[in-house]
Design a protein around this ligand. Structure first.
Ligand code: NAG
Ligand code: NAG
Ligand code: NAG
Ligand code: NAG
Ligand code: NAG
Ligand code: NAG
Ligand code: NAG
Ligand code: NAG
Ligand code: NAG
Ligand code: NAG
Ligand code: NAG
Length: 392
């Protein structure tokens, strides 16, 4: 149920519809979809919590401003969602909410609540439980998501799939389990088959990748993020599926504070018999401030592949023109004294790997920092740290 108001656009005196949503006491999903498809502005007021109890296929949203000042909360009826959430072939993922269309501004300072706790607890005893992503931007152009808090997604928070010109600015993401089990797989963002996606000025506290660029992510920017507890900022994994060629090109991640994480700046690609292939090109990680990170800098081009198999069947995902610039801080000691590892497949699968202004320390109990690399040709003013590599 929604009420209509009228506003006037000055120059052409067009009538613009503004719709204010109220909580119905039942499933507010259908009214929210209708409003987004028919009103110019959709407001969820600050004192309102919309309860969503059916999947939202919010397509054909054009020239629309969604102002979420209150809360959108997905009910935690796991058995219901297991059969109804929308499915994507890509990593067998499912989602509560598809947002699709063009020229959409989604802002307002409000909250999307995924009610994740029930899912975290259920997943701990059923690892085949398929958990939905809270928000998927799909087949969309020109979408800005700004000043929104996302809480406790059952799975990834944001998937961008087959879209272009997407901006996230000023998000707060929190996945915190209140029981003894972890909030697993709660990636901040995963990007797939999309171009020009920027993720800016955001604060993320989660239990998996902070940002992950999956196959066919081009012209990507990450800037000014604070990530805690995550698996890092990752390119990949790539080159897993033989039927696809995977491209990640033109990526910059700058000014990232990374704490208590598994990885800092990471690139990972599969090797071994029967895997796929691809190209990773023009990737810059710069200005990373890291604290207590297992692998502050890591390229792993033998991902999930043992050394002999990787030597026999090197990765078909070529990695070139990569910069790690101005990366400072501490590792956790999980990899002993190793603070950076640039591990490429044999046969020149990596080229033009640059390292500049790197200063990383393991915990003092581990002694001096160790920088390792394999099968690559590292250049830049920090190349000498990687003394065991070919340097030019
Ligand atoms: C969503 O709606 C669009 C347009 O009506 C339709 O083409 C598409 O199949 C729907 N998607 C799902 C997952 O139901
Ligand atoms: C998706 O699920 C199917 C059926 O369970 C399985 O065969 C396939 O390996 C899964 N794909 C991925 C990418 O996990
Ligand atoms: C685990 O979750 C799957 C997928 O939702 C479901 O089919 C299966 O029945 C669940 N298993 C148990 C033991 O609950
Ligand atoms: C997206 O925005 C750009 C720049 O504002 C504009 O030129 C373009 O027409 C928009 N595309 C769509 C599909 O609305
Ligand atoms: C880096 O990001 C922080 C937020 O984490 C921000 O306060 C600071 O202004 C940014 N620095 C630059 C140079 O943009
Ligand atoms: C940061 O992450 C660590 C590890 O997951 C967690 O113990 C800690 O509570 C988090 N800090 C904040 C401020 O949420
Ligand atoms: C990526 O784009 C290339 C070139 O358009 C295409 O051949 C390939 O199938 C795409 N890969 C995926 C995973 O969509
Ligand atoms: C590399 O990518 C950045 C964006 O991350 C872009 O600004 C720059 O033009 C690209 N450089 C080349 C040579 O493609
Ligand atoms: C990467 O950036 C360069 C320079 O801007 C551009 O020429 C090239 O087309 C971009 N690559 C892709 C895949 O968009
Ligand atoms: C690295 O970043 C710090 C902090 O912004 C800055 O003071 C320093 O000049 C940078 N170093 C280089 C070599 O760019
Ligand atoms: C690097 O060091 C390891 C361990 O000491 C050694 O096995 C390997 O041959 C060295 N690699 C190069 C390229 O020197």
């Amino acid at each position: 149920m929604h009420s209509l108001g009228i506003a006037v656009v000055a120059i052409f005196a067009l009538q613009e519809t503004a719709c204010t949503l109220t909580a119905s006491g039942g499933d507010d999903g259908p009214a929210f979809i209708t409003a987004a498809q028919t009103c110019d502005t959709v407001v969820v007021p600050a004192d309102t919590t919309l309860s969503i109890a059916s999947p939202m296929n919010m397509t054909d949203v054009v020239n629309t401003h969604i102002s979420l000042e209150g809360t959108i909360k997905f009910v935690d009826d796991i058995d219901f969602w297991a059969g109804t959430a929308f499915f994507f072939d890509f990593q067998n993922s499912t989602t509560f909410w598809i947002l699709s269309g063009e020229n959409i501004l989604f802002d307002g300072g409000g909250t999307i609540d995924g009610s994740g706790q029930a899912w975290y607890d259920a997943f701990a005893s059923n690892s085949s439980l398929v958990r939905p992503i809270i928000l998927t931007i799909y087949e969309a152009t020109n979408v800005t998501v700004q000043d929104i808090t996302e809480l406790n997604s059952p799975d990834w928070f944001n998937l961008v799939h087959t879209s272009q010109n997407i901006v996230y600015d000023g998000l707060t993401i929190e996945a915190v389990s209140t029981s003894s089990v972890e909030a697993k797989n709660t990636d901040g963002w995963d990007i797939y088959r999309s171009d020009s996606v920027s993720i800016l000025n955001s604060n993320i506290n989660n239990g998996d990748d902070c940002v992950s660029w999956k196959p066919n992510s081009t012209n990507m920017i990450v800037a000014n993020l604070v990530c805690n507890g995550s698996h890092g900022i990752s390119v990949g994994s790539l080159g897993q599926y033989p039927q696809f060629f995977d491209i990640v090109e033109n990526v910059t991640a700058t000014n990232v504070t990374m704490s208590n994480a598994q990885n800092g700046a990471r690139i990972k690609a599969w090797a071994g018999a029967g895997v796929g292939g691809g190209i990773v090109k023009n990737i810059t990680f710069e200005l990373f401030f890291e604290t207590n990170v297992d692998n502050p800098i890591i390229i792993d081009q033998c991902y999930m592949t043992d050394e002999d198999e990787c030597a026999a069947n090197p990765s078909n995902t070529f990695i070139q023109d990569v910069w790690f610039n101005n990366i400072t801080g501490t590792s956790s000691g999980a990899e002993d004294s190793t603070v950076a590892s640039l591990s490429c497949s044999p046969d020149s699968r990596c080229s033009d790997i640059n390292v500049n202004d790197i200063s990383l320390a393991p915990p003092s109990s581990e002694g001096d920092a160790t920088y390792t690399c394999q099968n690559d040709n590292v250049t830049g003013n920090a190349a000498s740290l990687f003394g065991n590599c070919t340097t030019t």
